[in-house]
Design a binder for this molecule. Structure first.
Ligand code: ADP
Ligand code: MG
Length: 226
């Protein structure tokens, strides 16, 4: 197996607006090794979410190549994309997107159950992951009954339920106060290490940038190593 989990070549993403052609990502290259942790920083509006969404198969590039594991992400049809998103990547966003009518345990087990895992097994795995993110005392709580930090920790557990090779986190602590941000960041790094996932994270959090092997600044559509 190659040591590379992600290879991006000449990735361009532009938007046609009535006034001009906005080039957000400009012939960007990136290679990420299996098991590594990559942090991407950059000014608001520079294209961080666009880049992460393209890697996660949520948006299409204008041109360029995105290879993740055995997937040629930029060439997948809808069905293959669904498979890729459901099994290869795990996503954590700034907003938790937990379903309000489901408990923490149900929210975390759902993606596994929906992919065909037996309910018992999905529940066991969800319980284990919620314990990993230190929410073993919040299994039956609904999102409204949890703090912001707890909700993000549940979102981290949910992102890991289908054993994704690649975890993509887009400002996962962006809505939290510094103390809670620190807790969520520490937990995210530690579970990703425990399960040998690869992490690519966009953040404004300077602590996180210091916690990783590789940090890039996204600037003028390209990644500059820091
Ligand atoms: N559909 C669109 N049409 C035109 N511009 C867009 C569209 N979607 C995003 N953009 C622009 O792309 C830029 C990058 O957005 P984004 O990736 O969300 O930045 P970041 O996550 O770094 O804050 C922004 O300037 C945004 O306005
Ligand atoms: Mg963003």
């Amino acid at each position: 197996m190659s040591n590379q989990i992600l290879h991006i070549e000449s990735l361009t993403r532009s938007f046609e607006t009535p006034a001009e052609r906005l080039v957000i990502l400009d012939s960007l290259d990136l290679t990420v090794n299996r098991g590594s942790k990559t942090v991407i920083v950059g000014e608001s509006g520079c294209g961080k979410s666009t880049l992460l969404n393209i890697i996660g198969g949520l948006e299409s590039p204008t041109s360029g190549k995105v290879i993740a594991g055995d997937y040629l992400v930029n060439q997948l049809d809808e069905k293959e994309l669904a498979q890729y998103r459901g099994s290869f990547v795990g996503l954590v966003f700034q907003f938790h997107y937990l379903l309000k009518d489901f408990t923490a345990l149900e929210n975390v087990m759902l993606p596994a159950f929906m992919r065909g895992m037996k309910k018992r097994e999905a529940l066991d795995r969800a319980r284990m992951l919620l314990t990993d993110v230190k929410l073993e005392h919040r299994l039956d709580h609904y999102p409204a009954q949890m703090s912001g930090g707890e909700r993000q920790r549940a979102a981290v557990a949910r992102a890991l339920i289908n054993e994704p090779a690649l975890v993509l986190a887009d400002e996962p602590t962006g809505n939290l106060d510094p103390a809670n941000a620190r807790v969520v960041m520490d937990i995210l790094f530690s579970v990703v290490s425990d399960y040998n996932n690869t992490l690519i994270m966009v953040t404004h959090d300077q602590n996180a940038a210091a916690m990783t092997d590789t940090c890039y600044n996204l600037k003028n559509g390209k990644l500059v190593e820091q």
